[in-house]
Design a protein around this ligand. Structure first.
Ligand SMILES: Cc1ncc(COP(=O)(O)O)c(C=O)c1O
Length: 375
């Protein structure tokens, strides 16, 4: 977290129903609308990202409705669990981990079942490092009259996902990733179409009532006690993000992702998401004999570099390098070095020289490109 954010978090408490705080909330709202690319209200909720995912499902669909879930990893499966628990009929579209969903497969499923009233997907599937084609899904959802509900927890503030332009009906974010804050605050916004749908949904959740939240947001308040410190921190992080403009923010992550992928390839390893990769982390497939859990432990012990391992079926098989939030290319030089040394120590065949230089060159080249999605 940037120092300015940490200092904002350290401030004394103020009352969440008084003018001083309401003014902060109104300013935060403007910044969030720019970040989400929407003219709709972005609602802060005092919960982690999964809470906002649950709020989306409960406020947009009635039990018995059918939703299509793109399941390409752990967080896709989370959509299915939340939806099933809410009494929805879940049609899973299984996507091989490491690959992005094929929009034509989604279109085909919607054509074959006109009862599907929503598509639930991750913009960025953090468990595999894949970026799904949200823009294409937006077109399909709009044409077929289904709501597109997007988990943008590891995408918002990292890669473009402009809600209104891409026809996203509900977008969810969390504080602890691109927003450079501690965990505990989530954000959710609904399109006009989604709010219309919400009119037909019977409220079934005392805490996650988005209509009540929207009403309160008009006064710069939340329905329940606000996570005051996190919202204050958010004000500062949004100022930092928007200071340089969203295009530069996205260019930063595009460059970091390309740098990391190049470095990984140059040392002889393969990025797990071969083609459609998320910009905030890089997942790396381990050589056959190497356990990524061991690599992650070694990198932490020897180099003070904290990588993440794989989850579920991918446990032991991939290591993930995070490059979202308050990081820069210098951090990634350390990260790539630690990865290389740790894999080598575990017996993996990796190149010794040249990979850092290639990574830096890739960073520079990518920084001068226009990243996809910004046209
Ligand atoms: C894509 C995605 N969805 C959902 C979640 C769950 O969010 P939380 O742990 O904040 O509830 C995460 C967390 O890493 C995530 O990366």
């Amino acid at each position: 977290m940037p120092e300015q954010v940490r200092l904002a978090l350290a401030q004394d408490m103020i009352h969440h129903r008084k003018a001083e705080f309401e003014n902060i909330m109104h300013e935060v709202q403007q910044g969030l609308q720019t970040l989400f690319g929407t003219s709709q209200t972005v609602l802060p909720l005092a919960c982690t990202g999964s809470g906002a995912m649950q709020a989306a499902v409960r406020n947009l669909f009635n039990p018995g409705e059918t939703v299509l879930v793109v399941e390409g990893g752990k967080f896709g499966r989370r959509w299915s669990s939340i939806a099933a628990m809410h009494g929805l009929r879940v049609k899973s579209l299984d996507v091989s981990p490491g690959s992005a969903v094929d929009p034509s497969a989604v279109e085909e499923m919607l054509r074959s079942d006109p009862n599907v009233s929503g598509i639930l997907v991750q913009a960025s599937e953090t468990s595999t490092g894949v970026l799904h084609p949200v823009r294409d899904l937006g077109r399909i959802a709009r044409d077929r009259g289904a709501l597109l509900v997007v988990d943008g927890i590891s995408a918002v503030g990292i890669s473009p996902c402009p809600m209104d332009d891409w026809s996203v009906d509900c977008l969810v974010a969390g504080s602890q990733k691109g927003l450079m804050l501690p965990p505990g605050l989530s954000l959710v916004a609904c399109s006009r179409r989604a709010w219309e749908r919400n009119e037909r949904v019977e409220p079934r959740d005392f805490y996650f009532d988005l209509r009540a939240e929207r009403e309160k947001s008009k006064q710069g308040q939340t329905a329940f006690t606000t996570a005051v410190s996190l919202v204050r921190g958010l004000k500062v992080s949004l100022d930092l993000i928007l200071e340089d403009g969203l295009a530069n923010l996205y260019r930063k992550y595009w460059a970091l992702a390309n740098m990391t992928r190049t470095g990984v390839r140059a040392m002889g390893l393969a990025p797990f998401a071969a083609e459609h990769f998320t910009w905030g982390l890089t997942s790396v497939l381990m050589p056959e004999s190497v356990d990524s859990q061991k690599v992650v432990s070694l990198a932490a012990e020897r180099y003070n570099v904290y990588l993440a391992g794989g989850q579920g079926d991918l446990k032991g098989r991939i290591a993930r390098i995070g490059h979202m939030g308050y990081v820069d290319w210098g951090d990634l030089l350390a990260g790539l070095h630690a990865l290389r040394e740790s894999v080598a120590e575990c017996g993996g065949a990796v190149a010794r020289d040249g990979f850092l230089q290639q990574a830096v060159q890739a960073h520079e080249a990518a920084w001068n490109e226009s990243p996809p999605g910004l046209e």
